[in-house]
Write a protein that binds this ligand. Structure first.
Ligand SMILES: [Zn+2]
Length: 370
């Protein structure tokens, strides 16, 4: 007896997709002795992505225009960090833009940052370290123009609302651990930190210095400009309770930590250091506005020493006319060079693009477009 052929029933054949039926015909098969040759299964692997553009060739790494005012975005796993004066920063990564602090409109005779408040139109989140005027004063127009949520402590939210941010656009965090906010591939974790203290008489002494050793009285136009600079909170609890550090985590585990004040170490900050173990890839901490380096070191260095960033970026070291002086970074850089050999440092200019590879064998490699 002939073995029964393993025939495909006609009904099933009719149900074959057109492509398979065509293939049958092409292979000379017939309904009597079908040789079923199906087309190869569709490729399950997506086509290989184009090779990443080298950092140096990326438009974002060649441009001095921040993404928040319409500049180019980085490609692939490159992150771009830009200092925007005082403690303002911008981080751009995988289609998302995070702004830290919003103090762009500064007093007359303070060097311009090169962007104006009205031009800041793109952000996915606005992180505010604390609610003093030189950190928060432009938050309302920036929030309105970007639609981004404003993230900070309770004192920050209260001040942001006072300045005109709708309450629904504020996100209040405690920084006591466990909070994580996702913006695309960027995870933002807040940590309660303590603001620095200013010794009695320092601010008056600096104002005296501006009177003695500067460019004479302000012109009427300069007085007018100063009237447009916004304000901040004078809540006495801000120093102990109202200040927040933020850690930005990328999918590869790459971490960027940003503080906009450095005071005594809070318990939450010490806990964060324990939790992170290996430290951070980029650490941004103020070189405080105190004017004597030996005193400044006592404020700033312990935080750098605690987190041992692979790359340190200074902040809050530039002047604000009639308030703070430009502070030389050499004493701090010398101490880092001598005591933290695993930490490199850059002092970028306003809007300089710091491009960093955040994954793969080149993780941590960076270039700077000054
Ligand atoms: Zn402050």
């Amino acid at each position: 007896m002939r073995p029964k052929k393993n025939r495909t029933p006609r009904r099933a054949l009719m149900a074959l997709p057109a492509a398979a039926a065509l293939m049958l015909a092409a292979c000379g098969g017939s309904s009597d002795s079908p040789t079923l040759v199906f087309p190869p299964p569709p490729q399950t692997q997506p086509p290989a992505p184009p090779p990443p553009t080298a950092m140096a060739d990326q438009a974002a790494c060649q441009s001095l225009t921040p993404a928040s005012v319409g500049g180019p975005m980085p490609e692939g796993d490159t992150v771009v960090i830009r200092w925007l004066g005082t403690s303002n920063f911008e981080v751009a990564y995988r289609g998302k833009v995070i702004l830290m602090d919003t103090y762009y409109n500064r007093p007359a005779r303070t060097r311009p940052i090169g962007i104006e408040v009205k031009d800041v139109k793109r952000a996915d989140a606005i992180l505010i370290g604390h609610a003093h005027g030189d950190h928060i004063s432009d938050v309302a127009p920036v929030a309105a123009q970007t639609g981004a949520p404003v993230v900070g402590s309770q004192i920050t939210s209260t001040q942001a609302i006072k300045l005109g941010v709708p309450a629904s656009q504020t996100v209040t965090v405690t920084g006591t651990g466990g909070e994580a906010l996702k913006y695309g591939d960027i995870t933002v974790k807040p940590t309660h930190i303590i603001h620095s203290t200013i010794q009695t008489g320092l601010q008056q002494a600096l104002r005296n210095l501006y009177e003695v050793d500067s460019l004479g009285p302000l012109t009427p136009e300069e007085v007018e400009q100063n009237a447009t600079v916004g304000g901040g909170s004078s809540d006495p609890n801000l120093v102990q309770q109202g200040t927040m550090g933020f850690t930005l985590e990328l999918p590869s585990g790459f971490r960027i930590m940003w503080f906009d004040s450095v005071g005594a170490m809070s318990d939450e900050e010490k806990q964060l250091a324990k939790d992170l173990g290996e430290g951070v890839d980029v650490g941004i901490y103020p070189w405080t506005p105190h004017s004597i380096a030996e005193n400044q070191l006592a404020y700033t260095f312990p935080h750098i020493d605690l987190f041992k960033p692979k790359l340190f970026l200074p902040t809050h070291h530039d002047h604000i006319w009639n308030a703070w002086l430009d502070n030389g970074l050499e004493p701090l850089f010398m101490k880092i060079r001598d005591e933290l050999p695993g930490t490199s440092f850059i002092s970028p200019l306003y809007r300089s693009a710091i491009c960093i590879d955040t994954s793969g064998p080149k993780k941590g490699d960076y270039i700077v477009k000054y």
